[in-house]
Design a protein around this ligand. Structure first.
Ligand SMILES: [Ca+2]
Ligand SMILES: [Ca+2]
Length: 189
């Protein structure tokens, strides 16, 4: 997919850990805009609202970020295209690439103690997160941890891993999700 076109083997075109732009996927890699909409939401993508994205490609305005709520325009998913915090200072950070998802070593000391024994161990593409159900901490709820207001409630969320598989990661209890996020990104939620 995208990494075949990218000279450095980057798995996404995002420029920071907080960048959720998905317009680089449409229409070249994903031609059906409904793929960006989770059926358990009422999100929608307006195909008449075209923009030129940061790569200079013609794409859609609504794919530049994820939807604010389950009823808003925008993608139902966000992008975790980065290892660590791109602002630096907390540990190693890098955009996820085809090669570094297999060689990455956890370098961040997570807030939650159950992740700490993984620090210094190798990650692997099957643990590395790429896309996930969007969760921006809507209306004061927890960012990046499943809550009743989120796409699948507090049950958990769909995660697409860099290995290529999609898995529903349970949020009951929430440590399962939080640990998977640490192993997927080398960060806290
Ligand atoms: Ca988020
Ligand atoms: Ca949440």
């Amino acid at each position: 997919m995208y990494s075949d076109d990218d000279i450095k083997g980057n798995l996404s075109a995002v420029v920071s850990d907080g960048d959720d732009d998905q317009s680089w996927l449409y229409p070249k890699h994903i031609s059906n805009p409904n793929v960006f909409v989770c059926p358990s939401t009422q999100n929608f993508i307006r195909i008449t609202n075209q923009i030129r994205n940061s790569l200079g490609e013609l794409s859609l305005y609504d794919l530049q970020s994820f939807a604010l709520s389950k009823k808003s325009p925008g993608s139902s998913y966000e992008v975790f295209g980065w290892w660590g915090y791109s602002s630096g200072g907390y540990g190693p950070n890098a955009r996820k690439t085809r090669s570094n998802v297999t060689t990455w070593v956890y370098g961040y000391t997570p807030y939650y103690p159950y992740g700490r024994s993984y620090k210094g161990l190798s990650a692997g593409a099957s643990r590395a997160w790429m896309f996930l159900d969007g969760d921006g901490g809507y209306q004061g709820t927890r960012n990046n941890i499943p809550d009743p207001i989120d796409n699948h409630g507090a049950d958990g969320g769909n995660i697409s891993f860099c290995y290529g598989h999609v898995e529903f990661v349970s949020g009951r209890p929430d440590w399962k999700y939080i640990l998977s996020l640490y192993l997927g990104c080398d960060t806290d939620p």
